[in-house]
Design a protein around this ligand. Structure first.
Ligand SMILES: *Cc1c(COP(=O)(O)O)cnc(C)c1O
Length: 388
């Protein structure tokens, strides 16, 4: 064992915070009004977040799952609609559609980028398709050129699930500059966080206005007469969360720069490790936010992959098993499931099946470590994979 391997790994903690978050929380507290209608933190955060992502409008909400649900609703998804989602993603992508009574239609992903396969997406479009939801996996942007063309040709709107893609870019364009609605998460593990939280960015004012109404029980901002204009729910974020998110946003770009630099080192090293295949990079994604450092173990069974994750955790590496294919979760079949068997979906989603069994991911705090630590992490992975 080398010297580096005998020392505890001691990677940076997550979330990171300092006096900026402390000051924000006190600022929110001292307003004496802690909901968005009484204070200014949510309004300020929304305009800062929109600016940062090149979007004309942003709405902050309770969490990323609600962000997706609200976005789908304002895009016209309703009971009986179909929403195309990648099969390999966190379950919120499909659950958001199903909560609206829409059928979630899983399609396969690309085995290099782990993002939605455009040909499979195109083949899945029917007269009932009301939205296509690309997920920018780990901050690797989906092929937004091909998807924008598919959307224009088919007339089906895109909803970017950008829960991993704060600050990411596609050919120089930020998420909010790509002409479609995007949903973000600020859950504890995400790239900026207030423990929970979410946001939706909009390319136009009308969608934003409708989303505002629906996220606040259908009530206009200045209403005092209980004139609830449209159906909705309460997805409002509070002033404390927004104050923390303003501080987190200010730190995002520096952290992405560090992750980009460390990821180059780590994935370069992992590419040379026998039995390990790191997630690929579509270079048109010229700024990747790196929500996770992902790789797969080609040929591994689910059982062996799980053993690798356990061994990595035992050695101090914050490793996790990749997502289950959504159609392999019981939750997927409870409501609004497609009229297809698991086997039939699995057959047309071979790459999602592969990732379901072989994928491992490391928490993005790994990529906030030092360059030396990237060498240690790669050595540990090499050791563990060779001996598991
Ligand atoms: C985290 C996540 C969500 C949901 O966000 P929450 O804030 O946890 O509700 C949605 N989609 C993807 C891909 C995610 O990783």
């Amino acid at each position: 064992m080398s010297d580096a391997l005998s020392r505890p790994l001691d990677l940076p903690a997550w979330p990171q915070f300092d006096d900026a978050e402390r000051a924000g929380l006190l600022r929110a507290l001292d307003q004496g009004q802690w909901w968005r209608m009484g204070g200014s933190e949510v309004d300020s955060f929304e305009s800062e977040f929109a600016d940062h992502h090149g979007a004309p409008h942003a709405l902050a909400v309770t969490n990323g799952t609600h962000a997706l649900e609200l976005a789908l609703q304002v895009l016209g998804v309703e009971p009986g609609s179909e929403v195309i989602v990648p099969a390999f993603t966190f379950i919120s992508s499909s659950q958001a559609a199903q909560r609206l009574g829409a059928v979630a239609v899983p399609v396969d992903v690309d085995l290099d980028t782990y993002c939605i396969d455009v040909e499979a997406t195109s083949a899945a479009v029917t007269s009932k398709t009301a939205a296509i939801m690309p997920v920018h996996m780990a901050g690797q942007m989906s092929d937004m050129d091909a998807l924008a063309k598919l959307s224009a040709d088919s007339g089906v709107p895109l909803l970017q699930d950008a829960a991993h893609a704060h600050g990411a870019r596609w050919r120089g364009k930020r998420v909010g500059e790509l002409g479609s609605v995007a949903a973000f998460s600020f859950q504890n593990g995400k790239l900026m966080t207030a423990g929970e939280g979410g946001a939706v960015t909009f390319p136009d004012a009308e969608l934003h206005e409708m989303a505002f109404l629906r996220h606040s029980c259908g009530r206009p901002r200045t209403d005092r007469l209980y004139k609830h204009r449209v159906a909705g729910s309460n997805f409002r974020i509070n002033e404390f969360s927004a104050s923390v998110l303003r501080a987190q946003l200010a730190r995002l770009d520096d952290q992405i720069e560090t992750r980009e630099a460390r990821s180059k080192v780590l994935s370069g090293l992992l590419a040379d490790v026998p039995g390990v295949e790191p997630q690929g990079r579509d270079e048109r994604c010229d700024r990747m936010s790196h929500y996770m450092a992902m790789f797969r173990i080609p040929g591994a069974t689910e059982e062996r992959r799980n053993a690798v994750v356990d061994a990595l955790v035992a050695r101090g590496v914050p490793a996790f098993t990749g997502f289950r294919a959504v159609y392999r979760c019981d939750a997927f079949w409870e409501t609004s499931a497609p009229a297809e068997s698991v086997e039939a979906i699995a057959q047309r989603c071979p790459n999602s099946e592969t990732l379901h069994a072989e994928c491992v991911w490391l928490h993005h705090r790994t990529l906030l470590g030092t360059e030396d630590q990237m060498h240690t992490v790669a050595e540990i992975i090499s050791d563990v994979v060779a001996s598991s």
